[in-house]
Each structure stands twice: as structure tokens, then as C-alpha cells.
Design a protein around this ligand. Structure first.
Ligand code: COA
Ligand code: AMP
Length: 630
């Protein structure tokens, strides 16, 4: 069957479609129905089934005789090591860690925060939580202590599992002091911390609170898999919203298993036993879904890569990993390819490696610019597939399902909606707009299995953020259009979220930090175009009246404050001091207009602007930074 038949088949009988897909999962108690619409517009899937994620990702493959198959390849150019872990070994290691967590009182529903770099132990920690029904929340290593503290207070974990350090090119990231600072800042205090000591840096443990990863597992009884309800939260993953407070996206267990397994064949076109690699980080949704869970659920080998596309040691690293580990399907962010293209524009380093087994390259996390797609198509001579999704959904909303049918690629479009997603482009009045017209991209409810049923501890915020603007539809926060062939085009965010090197950041969160400076009266942050990272944050600062300190000094302090409070991942390095900010007569800051000026784009003078002359001041302030030159 082709894409159209499958999509139409899903639309005609969504429950039948997902019940059929659910058969690929081992259930302790099979669900009697797919959709639970009792609390519509809040929906759940497979709620009356009983299932365990770790069993499906690990144990069932061992039970089926594949214990010797490699589950995880850790390829770490930053530490100069490559390590293989079989499914059998993974089972032993995860059962032991889960047993040790259980012995310390962690059980079903308890939260555990994981703060680790790209090491297999990060996946083991996630799976150990899943094994005993605990709910993990992984925090990206590039976030600073304050961001970790915010997540500790929201998730109220019983335990934190961390590594002693991460390794970035040229520097060791001291994770343990960040954990200590975060716990000191947080109101909620976890009962204990488990520290995985890496040889690059052995951290000092706090007696009575910190436990050594190995020592605390000594002599424990390994834990068996605990079946949980299909709607039990598998994990919480915090992502940026409009305000500084991150949103805790909840991932439900049953739908997550069913949907991810389905995508591995239908979208990524891999068979069990083949090697799949997503070059992302476990701290992001791509890492959750496609470094950890989906490849393991599907019985693939997953690559945990601890390095960068360039500089570890060169722009040929990705190609080396693909050749050396026989990767069949590869997923990365456009920004990583742009970094490679900049260093090796003619793709000369590819010639050193046998890439003949690679079937396709998948791009997501940000808009895939045509130049990058064309470069990759030419250099690799395989399909380059842009696909669009979000932390909230956990997998593809729109893509090109190579495992079903390779649809013609239209550069600039992530192709078509996947089964499960009834995508509609709505105008401000809530009505569908004609093909080719820009509007808000929405999905008609219910969302498919595995997508967020709510936000952690924040049902009202969930309803307000996603379900209120267009009743009956999920608001993605992206704007775009659909063409006459049903291809989608994702053009921009409709909120204050920006995308920096494939990382989703809230300008509101950065503004909160900037506003905390004693000399700053008012501020605004916008995303400006960047040839490598897609976007970069840029801050405008209005100083307190009478402040006589130099602008350069204050900018430097603000850059340091953002790095210290949000983390290096914010890549906040650009700011300027202005007398005033452009606003509407009702006081709303015109961020979008400033963004257009910075990027040298045409813009319509907002009818409600308070004083148009301010825009010239903004332009003048941006020019020394290399912007507003168009
Ligand atoms: N722990 C600690 N610090 C981290 C980190 C981590 N896990 N990840 C990134 N950082 C730091 C970096 O060291 C850098 O610090 P610096 O300001 O001291 O140089 C800063 O955060 C910004 O990092 P990054 O955005 O990675 O920029 P970069 O200049 O180091 O590298 C790219 C540029 C394009 C190579 C890189 O951004 C990249 O590989 N992007 C792919 C992104 C991706 O996979 N996204 C997932 C979505 S699918
Ligand atoms: P995240 O939740 O971090 O995965 O970020 C999701 C957001 O990234 C989406 O809402 C889009 O704004 C953007 N995004 C992700 N993938 C794509 C894509 N293929 N094309 C355009 N934008 C994308």
C-alpha cells in the first residue's frame, strides 16, 4: 500500500489503525480500546492496557534470542573511545541499576532527574526508571544550575542521577558542581544523588546524599520490569514556551511505544538488527525518541555519539561514524550539516569513507534551508528527508515515509502529514485558509498516540497554550501553509520561541535574566538570522535613567549572566543598548518588527506603533553588530 492509501485508511478508522500498530508491542494486558475520549478535549490512548517500556526496549529482544545483538555503540571522539553494549549486557546493567534505585525507595510514579552527557549510562538510567515505572526527566547538559533547579522544583524528584562531568571540545564541563548548586538553589531537595564518575573528572561526593553509581549497585537484587498502565507517564521533558517557566511535556507510556515502533519502519525504513543513528543529545526530544527509545524498541542498534560535527577531530567525523558502524539511516539537524559544509564545502572528506550502506539522511529540529539540502543531496547521492516535529509530539508530524513510499521531494517542504495527524492551516478567524495561504498550523484533535496528553502539574497551562486559540484543534505554535498537493511548508513560530542550532529557546527566559541586571530598566530579546545556527538571540537593553556605566561593560555582564543562569547552550553573545524600545500604543514590544529590521527584511509599519522614529534608532544600534544591513 502507498502513502495515500495508508493515510486515508487511518483517517477512515484511526482506532483500528493504532490497534493494529499496537500489536507490535508486548503488552502484559492488551488494551481493549485505543482512544479514551472520556475527558475530551483531553485525550488518552491505550489507557487500560498494561505494559513496560524497558521490557519492550530491552528484555523482549533478549528473550527472542537476540541477546548478543549490539544495542548501543558509544562512539566518543572527545574521549577517544568506542564501546559496544549488547542487548544481553544492557539488560543486566539496567536491571541492576533499577534494583539499586528500588532498594533506595524509588518506585512507580516517582520522579528521577537525569543530568548526563552522551554516555550509554544516560540511556541506562532512562531505561532503569522505565523498568520500575519511575518517571524520568532528562535535563540537557548545556543548561546551567538555575535551569536545573527550576526543573527540580517542578518535577520534585526523589533522586538525581548525574555524571561527574561532560566533555566538550577543549574543556571538561563540571556537572557535579552544577548539580550541587542547583540543589542548593531549589526549594525541593531530592533524597539522594547517584553520580557516575568519569575518568576525565572524579567528583567529590557529599556523604549521606551522594552515592557512587557502581558502589550503590553492589549486591542489590536486579529489578524485574513493572507493568504500568498505558497512560502512565513515561517521562517529563521540559521545553521552552513563551514565558521563562519551561513546559513539562508528559509522554504517555503505551502510545509512545506503539507510535515510535511504527515510525522506525514506516518513516526511517530500518529493519530490526540494522544500525540507526540520530546525532543529537539525550537532553532533547530527538535524543529521547531516536537515540534511546525508538531504535531499542524496534530492536535496532543505536549510536550514542559524544562529539561535534566539526572539530572532533574534523568535518569527516560523521562520515567516519557512518562507515565504521554501518549506519543505514541517519538523522541530524541542518545546523550540523551547515557546520560541515562550511569546513568541507566540496565534501572531500566523504571520499575517505565507504558510505554505500547509508540509505537516507533525515533532517529536523529547525527549518532545513534549501542550500543545505541540495548540498547534502549532491554530496551523498541519497534521499535527504526534511521532517517536522516537536517535543510535544515526540515524532514526525509531517515527513516523507520512505518505508511506505518515497514521495517526490519538494525542497523547502517537510512533505506531508503522517497518519495520526490531521493537519489544518487556520486563519485568525479559526477557519481553514485556501492552499498556498499562510496561517497557523494546527492539528485537528485528537492528537495521535504518544503525543503529550498534558503538561506536568499544569493542565490549565496545557489547555491555554495548545487548545484554546482554536477550539477542537492543537495549536503547534508554527505558522506556514499547505500547497495544492497537500505538502506542508513550515515558515515561522507564532510565539516568542527561537531556534538556535536546532535548540529551542524562549526569548522570554533570556529577557527575565537580562531584566535582573541592576542597571537595566527594560529589555527585549529577538532571534536574528545566523548562517550557521539558523538563529541567534540578540538583546536590546534600556538602562536606568542616570546610569553612567559604559554600555560595553553592561553588555559583557549580561552575556555572562545568561551563560551563568541559562547556560552556554543559549549562545547569547549579542546585545546593544538603546534609549527606548518600539512599542504599540498599548505597550506591547514590537519584537517581530525588530527581527525583520535586523534581518534586513521588508516589513509593514505596524499601524499601532507608538512612535515610528524609534525604528531608526533600533536600526542604528543593530548596524555595529553586523545586522540591519539589508
Ligand atoms: N554540555 C555543556 N555544554 C554544552 C553542551 C553540553 N551538552 N552542548 C553544547 N554546549 C556548549 C558548547 O560548548 C558551546 O559553548 P561555548 O559557548 O563555550 O563554545 C555552547 O554550549 C553552544 O553550543 P552549540 O550550540 O553546540 O554550538 P557550537 O558552536 O559548540 O557548535 C554546531 C555548533 C552547529 C556544531 C552545534 O550546534 C551542533 O552540532 N548542533 C547540532 C544540534 C543538534 O543536534 N540539535 C538537536 C536537535 S535535532
Ligand atoms: P523542538 O520542540 O525543540 O523539537 O522544536 C520544535 C520546533 O522546531 C517546531 O515547532 C518548529 O518551529 C521547529 N522545527 C522542527 N523541525 C522543523 C522542520 N523540519 N522544519 C521547520 N521547523 C522545524
Amino acid at each position: 500500500m502507498g502513502y495515500r492509501e495508508i493515510y486515508d485508511g487511518w483517517k477512515a478508522d484511526p482506532e483500528g489503525f493504532w490497534m493494529q500498530a499496537a500489536q507490535a508491542i508486548d503488552w502484559d494486558v492488551a488494551p481493549s480500546r485505543a482512544l479514551d475520549a472520556d475527558r475530551a478535549p483531553l485525550y488518552e490512548w491505550f489507557s487500560d492496557g498494561m505494559v513496560n517500556t524497558c521490557w519492550n526496549a530491552v528484555d523482549r529482544h533478549v528473550a527472542a534470542g537476540h541477546g548478543d545483538r549490539i544495542a548501543i555503540i558509544h562512539d566518543s571522539p572527545v574521549t577517544g573511545t568506542v564501546r559496544h553494549i549488547s542487548y544481553g549486557e544492557l539488560q543486566t546493567r539496567v536491571a541492576s541499576l533499577a534494583g539499586a534505585l528500588r532498594a533506595r525507595g524509588i518506585g512507580k510514579g516517582d520522579r528521577v532527574i537525569i543530568y548526563m552527557p552522551m554516555v550509554p549510562e544516560a540511556l541506562e538510567a532512562m531505561l532503569a526508571c522505565a523498568r520500575i515505572g519511575a518517571i524520568h526527566s532528562v535535563v540537557f547538559g548545556g543548561f546551567a544550575a538555575h535551569e536545573l533547579a527550576v526543573r527540580i522544583d517542578d518535577a520534585t524528584p526523589k533522586a538525581v542521577i548525574a555524571a561527574s562531568c561532560g566533555v566538550e571540545p577543549g574543556r571538561v564541563v563540571h556537572y557535579k558542581p552544577l548539580v550541587d548548586a542547583a540543589i542548593a538553589q531549589a526549594r525541593h531537595k531530592p533524597d539522594f544523588c547517584v553520580i557516575f564518575q568519569r575518568e576525565q573528572e572524579v567528583a567529590t561526593l557529599i556523604p549521606g546524599r551522594d552515592l557512587d553509581w557502581h558502589a550503590f549497585q553492589y549486591g542489590v537484587t536486579p529489578a524485574d520490569c513493572v507493568p504500568v498502565e498505558g497512560n502512565h507517564p513515561a517521562y517529563i521533558l521540559y521545553t521552552s514556551g513563551t514565558t521563562g517557566a519551561p513546559k513539562g511535556v508528559v509522554r504517555p507510556t503505551g502510545g509512545h511505544l506503539v507510535a515510535l515502533d511504527w515510525t522506525m519502519q514506516a518513516i526511517y525504513n530500518v529493519q530490526p538488527g540494522e544500525v540507526f543513528w540520530a546525532a543529537s543529545d539525550v537532553g532533547w526530544v530527538v535524543g529521547h525518541s531516536y537515540i534511546c527509545y525508538a531504535p531499542l524498541i524496534h530492536g535496532n542498534t543505536t549510536v550514542v555519539f559524544e562529539g561535534k560535527p566539526v572539530g572532533t577531530p574534523d568535518a569527516g567525523t560523521f562520515w567516519r561514524v557512518i562507515a565504521e558502524h554501518d549506519v543505514r539511516s541517519f538523522f541530524t539537524a541542518p545546523t550540523a550539516l551547515r557546520a560541515i559544509k562550511r569546513e568541507d564545502p566540496d565534501g572531500l572528506l566523504m571520499a575517505d569513507y565507504d558510505l554505500s550502506h547509508l540509505r537516507a539522511l533525515y533532517l529536523a529540529g529547525e527549518r532545513a534551508d534549501p542550500d543545505t539540502i541540495l548540498w547534502a543531496q549532491k554530496a551523498l547521492n541519497i534521499p535527504v528527508i526534511d521532517h517536522w516535529w516537536q517535543t510535544e509530539t515526540g515524532y514526525t508530524i509531517a515527513g516523507n515515509p520512505l518505508g511506505i513510499e518515497a514521495l517526490p521531494v519538494k525542497i523547502g517542504s517537510p512533505t506531508v502529514p503522517m497518519p495520526g495527524y490531521d493537519v489544518r492551516i487556520l486563519g485568525e478567524d479559526g477557519h481553514e485558509v485556501p492552499a498556498g495561504t499562510l496561517g497557523a498550523i494546527t492539528v485537528k484533535l485528537p492528537l495521535p498516540p504518544g503525543t503529550l496528553p498534558t503538561l506536568w502539574n499544569a493542565e490549565e497551562r496545557f489547555v491555554k497554550s495548545y487548545l484554546t486559540t482554536f477550539p477542537g484543534y492543537y495549536e503547534t505554535g508554527d505558522a506556514g501553509m499547505c500547497d495544492a498537493d497537500g505538502y506542508l511548508y513550515i515558515m515561522a513560530r507564532t510565539d516568542d520561541v527561537i531556534n538556535v542550532a536546532g535548540h529551542r529557546l524562549s526569548t522570554g527566559a533570556i529577557e527575565e535574566v537580562l531584566a535582573g541586571h541592576p542597571d537595566v530598566a527594560e529589555c527585549a530579546v529577538i532571534g536574528v538570522a545566523d548562517a550557521l545556527k539558523g538563529q541567534l538571540p540578540l538583546g536590546f537593553l534600556c538602562l536606568n535613567r542616570g546610569c553612567t556605566r559604559s554600555a560595553a561593560e553592561i553588555v559583557k555582564e549580561e552575556v555572562a549572566r545568561v551563560r551563568d543562569q541559562i547556560g552556554p547552550v543559549a549562545a547569547f553573545k549579542l546585545a546593544c543598548v538603546v534609549e527606548r524600545l518600539p512599542k504599540t500604543r498599548s505597550g506591547k514590544i514590537l519584537r517581530a518588527t525588530m527581527g525583520k529590521i535586523a534581518d534586513g527584511q521588508d516589513f509593514k509599519m505596524p499601524a499601532t506603533i507608538d512612535d515610528p522614529a524609534i525604528l531608526d534608532e533600533i536600526r542604528a544600534a543593530l548596524q555595529p553588530l553586523g545586522y540591519a544591513r539589508g
